[in-house]
Design a binder for this molecule. Structure first.
Ligand code: HEM
Ligand code: HEM
Length: 231
């Protein structure tokens, strides 16, 4: 879908919960990374717990949320991702995906799942001075030790993925001339009329009720709250 002469229409793409999740996730990720490096472990532990809540929320919202938020909407195999990348970069114009494309979808799931694993590994870690994560010493050695060793390299892998994610967004903006950030802020994207109409006909432009997001948020928040309370 590359013809720039096509009429573009404003189409709802990202619901409020996805946008709130995204920007909170990005901020918590940065705070976790910087506080880990600075060894400010109070802040580090706090931002890690919030990140855990966000990951659980997004996993739930990926199952019961608005159509574009659902994993079933954007999770395709690696074959589809490679085909998308080939097709997408064969021409330089916008790709106009309604929601995550096949390659972006894989990146999204990798970021969310690995961030969750990073929190679990942090919880199995100690700084060998004053801080012990809630899981430290409570897991069998064969599991606890590798999880602890994983914390630093996985932080670097996550940082590389986050930087790649931002680089791709910049490539879309300046090479493919497609502004993806606007949609992650406002919730709406300018899409070609046929793409917008097809999405509307499938009923995918209608967001899930916010009450459902609230239930997911409460369930998600209960996990880090319980960890904090009992730890
Ligand atoms: C509740 C969750 C977390 C806990 C309990 C935790 C715990 C820890 C501990 C104990 C250390 C110090 C290790 C040492 O002194 O050798 C540490 C370091 C670090 N953590 Fe976490 N962490 C958590 C989440 C995260 C997350 C989500 C990230 C990344 C986004 C992260 C990134 C880092 C980094 C970059 C370091 C410094 C590694 C180094 O260079 O030594 N942590 N964390
Ligand atoms: C200035 C920094 C950032 C910008 C401008 C940005 C922008 C975006 C945009 C435009 C999307 C939607 C992509 C699409 O259309 O398919 C997106 C999705 C996403 N980004 Fe970022 N991002 C930033 C930082 C981060 C960071 C630091 C992380 C985490 C490490 C992150 C994780 C994600 C995730 C998980 C999604 C999927 C959202 C969902 O479906 O729930 N982003 N980002």
């Amino acid at each position: 879908m590359s013809e720039t002469s096509e009429r573009l229409v404003e189409t709802p793409v990202w619901d409020l919960p996805v946008r709130l999740f995204h920007w909170s996730f990005a901020i918590c990720f940065a705070v976790s990374w910087i506080s880990g490096q600075a060894e400010n472990l109070d802040l580090h532990y706090g931002s890690g717990l919030v990140l855990l809540g966000l990951v659980i929320f997004r996993l739930l919202w990926g199952l019961v949320g608005s159509p574009t938020a659902r994993f079933a909407h954007f999770l395709r195999g690696p074959g589809a991702a490679i085909a998308y990348l080939k097709e997408s970069f064969r021409h330089r114009g916008p790709s106009y995906s309604f929601g995550h494309n096949a390659a972006g979808g894989l990146m999204v799931v990798a970021l969310i799942v690995l961030a969750g694993l990073q929190v679990v590994s942090g919880m199995s870690s100690t700084d060998d001075v004053i801080f012990e994560g809630p899981l430290y010493g409570r897991l069998p050695d064969w599991l606890g030790r590798p999880l602890e060793i994983l914390h630093e390299p996985l932080a670097n892998i996550l940082l590389a993925l986050a930087l790649l994610h931002i680089l791709v967004i910049l490539v879309y903006r300046f090479v493919k001339r497609e502004n993806l950030v606007r949609a992650m802020v406002l919730g709406r994207a300018r899409l070609p009329e046929p793409v917008a109409q097809a999405a509307a006909a499938r009923g995918e432009t209608k967001g899930a009720p916010l009450g459902r997001a609230l239930v997911c948020a409460i369930l998600a928040a209960a996990v880090p709250a319980a960890i904090h309370y009992f730890y």
